[in-house]
Ligand binder design. Sequence first.
Ligand code: COA
Length: 264
Amino acid sequence: MTPSHDFHHLLLEDRDGVRVVTINRPDKLNALNFAVIAELDAAFRAIAADPAVRAVVLRGAGEKAFVAGADIGELATLSPIQARHFSQHGQKMMRGVELLGKPVIAMIRGYALGGGLELAMSCHLRIAADNAKVGQPEINLGVLPGFGGTQRLLRLAGRGATLELCLTGAPINAQRAFELGIVTRIVPAEQLEAATFALAAQLAASAPQALRGILDAVQIGGECGIDAGLDYETQAFAVCASTHDMREGTQAFLERRKPVFGGD
Ligand code: COA
């Protein structure tokens, strides 16, 4: 059962182990206000606690945007103390997405700007329609990215591209974002949904403990030194050896059949 009724700005739907989270403010291009961020935080906590959810698709409602950024109307009224709280609120929610332990795919149609790109970068995979536009335009508002953009873009695309995008605020198209490693796949707009859900279904059918090991090992390796990353990889590898899924995966290979990963 999905607790959609608890949310005003999100639509939640379950499709065979995939939870689809749709930010539903299309009239404001799905801009992130305080309430949307709080709901995303709650939705991802529920996903973390639910073993039936094995992969997530995060998307925005409507044809025009994934998310066009933090809500500028709200931003305009913030005191410094409120701005600090808003930044921490968004950062905490996005850190929760990043550390979820289950793969999250950002499905990017149209604009992923500012907080929208920051949110997409906290996801593990980003599939963009060929008409997508991404950027960090905060500089045009006299401010800087506040939900982790300077840090995650740096890690994804390097210092040069990060400074180019953040200092100029100019958006880039899907092809350029792909070349820079900011999006992981591009597909024609009309195939975006099918490609995203095919990938999500593949992930949801994979062994969850192995997926988690990969996500955590890459995260730790990216944030700590190689020795910490290698050590974690070993521990995660050993944990997999305790699962039925690893027995099933190896046995299915030897028996020349398709594995069925039950998640235990
Ligand atoms: N916050 C609040 N509202 C936003 C928004 C945001 N980040 N982005 C778009 N909207 C609203 C617009 O105000 C407009 O609302 P209205 O119809 O009530 O006036 C509605 O969404 C549609 O946007 P509009 O600007 O009319 O669409 P467009 O196709 O002309 O332009 C964009 C699309 C994305 C280029 C433009 O909306 C834009 O630049 N948005 C802000 C992007 C940004 O700076 N993000 C970083 C914020 S920190």
